[in-house]
Write a protein that binds this ligand. Structure first.
Ligand code: FMN
Length: 373
């Protein structure tokens, strides 16, 4: 058995191999955020193809935190039936499913939420309008919504939850001095800026109990002037480990960054050593922190994934776009075809997504159409 295809356990949850489907906004839910049969089938397909842990696209925990259309919701107990269908399907395929808990903060889609977006401080959101600073009551309400969504996930049969604290969304906005100018307990020093995410971890932990895996997705750095830096990440990761996180997924950049530093960069890896976007940060994390590390970003070949596990850079390897292009990637590798992933990181998967057709690989479907029949 190779390192990549060996099992790994996170707080009692044993994964059959080291592969993770990183969260991908699927754009397959209803206008109210209800799970559809298409979303259930998408998750089932990944599980059948032996992805070790599947993380859902970001699910909004509060109506004010919706990032975009057709996004899965986790803001009401009324949504449990669809969520349960999704976990049932994945379990039928012997897979493991984790719900990503999210709030878009100052980047919420106000045309969908019908309210002013809320951030740590006022700043211009990606849709052009200014958000306003959350009151301490609104912070408390959001923490309760995170805990409520985690409870819902557990009741719906999920195997884990992941708190989304990366990519410039709400918790990441609180961590960054570029968007957090608060002068209360939630702003100023790094410890204060980390208070929201640490309290979210505590709230979620107390909702789901000790034996349920709680993960966090965090940036290695934001790549933004005056933003969250690698040293901040190491300190925050250690605070979160103390607060009860079972594993951290490391990403980087924000959704409003230019392409070169975006969380889903367009760069096409031409050499295996260019594949891994955050290798030095991952190594720094593994030297300083004992909690397991899931690494995402630009990883495209089995040899690189094996090397990252083998040399201790990461414990698990996450794939975003490669599994859109090729849901059967992990099964293909396991069956002995070790060709590099088909994904060319072109980001055209956003095109059908933004048109309301659900995420898919445009390149793969063009290739399919060109095939002689
Ligand atoms: C279409 C699309 C949707 C995404 N949705 C999410 C999301 O819901 N939550 C999240 O944390 N990251 C999201 N990401 C980022 C991915 O999880 C991942 O971090 C990024 O694509 C880099 O990994 P890759 O090079 O393997 O694709 C998304 C990326 C893409 C391309």
């Amino acid at each position: 058995m190779t390192a990549f295809f060996s099992p790994f356990t996170i707080n009692g949850l044993t994964l059959p191999n080291r592969s993770v489907r990183s969260a991908i906004w699927e754009g397959m839910a209803t206008d109210e955020g209800r799970v559809t049969s298409r979303l259930v089938n998408t998750m089932g397909l990944l599980a059948r193809n032996r992805v070790g842990l599947i993380i859902t696209g970001h699910a909004y925990v509060h109506p004010a935190g919706q990032a975009g259309p057709w996004q899965t919701g986790a803001y009401s107990d009324d949504l449990i039936d669809g969520l349960r269908q999704m976990t049932d399907r994945v379990h039928d395929e012997d897979g493991r499913l984790c719900l990503q808990l999210a709030h878009a903060g100052g980047h919420a889609a106000t045309r969908l939420t019908g309210r002013t977006a809320l951030g740590p401080s006022a700043f211009a959101g990606r849709f052009g309008g200014m958000c306003r600073a959350m009151s301490s009551e609104e912070i408390q309400e959001t923490l309760e919504a995170m805990a409520g969504a985690a409870r819902l996930a557990q009741a719906a049969g999920f195997d884990a939850v992941q708190i989304h604290a990366a990519h410039g969304y709400l918790l990441s906005q609180f961590l960054s001095p570029a968007t957090n100018c608060r002068q209360d307990d939630y702003g100023g020093s790094l410890e204060n800026r980390a208070r929201f995410v640490c309290n979210a971890v505590r709230a979620v932990r107390s909702a789901v109990g000790k034996g349920f895996p709680v993960l966090v997705k965090l940036n290695s750095e934001d790549f933004v002037e005056d933003g969250f830096q690698q040293n901040d990440m190491l300190r925050v990761a250690s605070l979160m480990a103390e607060a009860g996180v079972d594993a951290l997924e490391m990403s980087g950049g924000t959704i409003t960054n230019p392409q070169e530093t975006h969380c889903a960069r367009k760069v096409h890896p031409s050499r295996p050593d260019e594949e891994v976007y955050y290798r030095p940060a991952a190594r720094a994390y593994k030297t300083a922190i004992s909690s397991p590390l899931i690494l995402v970003g630009g990883i495209r070949s089995l040899a690189v994934a094996e090397q990252l596990i083998g040399d201790g850079t990461a414990d698990l390897i996450a794939f975003g776009r490669p599994l859109i292009a090729e849901p059967g990637l992990i099964r293909r590798w396991q069956s002995g075809n070790h060709d590099v992933a088909a994904c060319i990181s072109c980001n055209r998967c956003y095109v059908p997504l933004q048109a309301g057709q659900g995420v898919s690989c445009v390149v793969a479907s063009e290739r399919h159409q060109r095939k002689p029949r």
